[in-house]
Ligand binder design. Structure first.
Ligand SMILES: C[S@@+](CC[C@H](N)C(=O)[O-])C[C@H]1O[C@@H](n2cnc3c(N)ncnc32)[C@H](O)[C@@H]1O
Length: 266
């Protein structure tokens, strides 16, 4: 690693620690959002949610807490994932009791931006769960500002799963739990997120009554202990989407699409 990438890495991790620590539930200023965009994505407008880049958020009434600023999946990452999913689903006829009216379920919604893009691209209703009341309130305000129809619930993801019976084999779940201690020097260990990814996938599977579905998940670009493949044992890997890297290896993000059902051994 060069001296420049070394200092970029250090600045990123220092910011990450502040956003998940002292600024966790603080509403960031416009200046702080632009600085976060620069350090995380290489430029201020790299931090962009609901189609609104950081420099325009304050004027648009969009607010972000420190934790959501670092945890969110930004527009330039989620829009290509939504395109990939649309292409994949277009090749598979939907089945199920409400085959033609599938839903998107954003189980750990944070800003709600992932569900927002999937809902728009796939033209589906979106249901979202968020357990942190501060995040919930901020996101509810943001969704209101942009006129989004996402149905946002202040609940544990398991309660939302319990309220949403399987409708269609095109139902799609976004799985982005907090990483916490899962983010180690050896990479991201998906069996240590809170809750662990294998547990969340079991909960989804149980809620499906045998009907297939899709899952989208974000990881970083370094997976520890083969934990992605181990977590998705019995699911069919469809595609991974790798955004252009802005940070050194180990700090960037990847997205993965999986399917439960025929073709998988689940
Ligand atoms: C990594 S962030 C998700 C980021 C989100 N995808 C975005 O684009 O902003 C995880 C979120 O899940 C919430 N959360 C944690 N445990 C949860 C649970 N059991 N049920 C629902 N939400 C939960 C956290 O409060 C946090 O906002």
């Amino acid at each position: 690693m060069t001296a420049t990438t070394d200092s970029t890495h250090a600045a990123y991790f220092a910011l990450r620690d502040r956003l998940l620590g002292e600024l966790r539930t603080t509403v960031l200023s416009g200046e702080q959002l632009c600085e976060a965009g620069r350090l995380i994505y290489g430029r201020p407008d790299g931090l962009s949610l609901y189609g609104i880049p950081a420099p325009d958020m304050a004027a648009g009434g969009i607010t972000l807490l420190g934790r959501t600023t670092i945890e969110c999946s930004v527009d330039s990452y989620t829009a290509p994932v939504a395109d990939a999913l649309a292409r994949l689903q277009a090749g598979t006829p939907p089945e199920g009791p409400d085959a033609d009216t599938p839903i998107v379920v954003d189980l750990f919604c944070g800003s709600g931006n992932f569900g927002y893009h999937l809902g728009r691209r796939l033209l589906r209703p979106v249901h979202a769960a968020e357990l942190d009341p501060d995040v919930f309130e901020t996101t509810a305000n943001n969704l209101d500002r942009i006129g989004s129809a996402i149905s946002l619930h202040l609940v544990d993801y398991r309660d939302l799963l319990g309220k949403l019976p399987a409708r269609s084999s095109h139902d799609t779940y976004v799985v982005e739990p907090p990483w916490g201690p899962a983010f180690t020097a050896d990479g991201l260990d998906l069996t240590r997120t809170s809750p662990p990814v294998p547990e969340i996938l079991d909960d989804i599977r149980r809620s499906r009554n045998g009907l297939p579905c899709y899952v989208a998940i974000k990881t970083n670009d370094q997976i520890a202990r083969d934990s992605l493949d181990r977590s998705f044992a019995g699911w069919l890997h469809l595609q991974s989407v790798t955004p252009a890297a802005a940070l050194p290896y180990g700090a960037n993000m990847d997205f993965h699409l999986y399917r439960l059902g025929p073709g998988a051994d689940g």
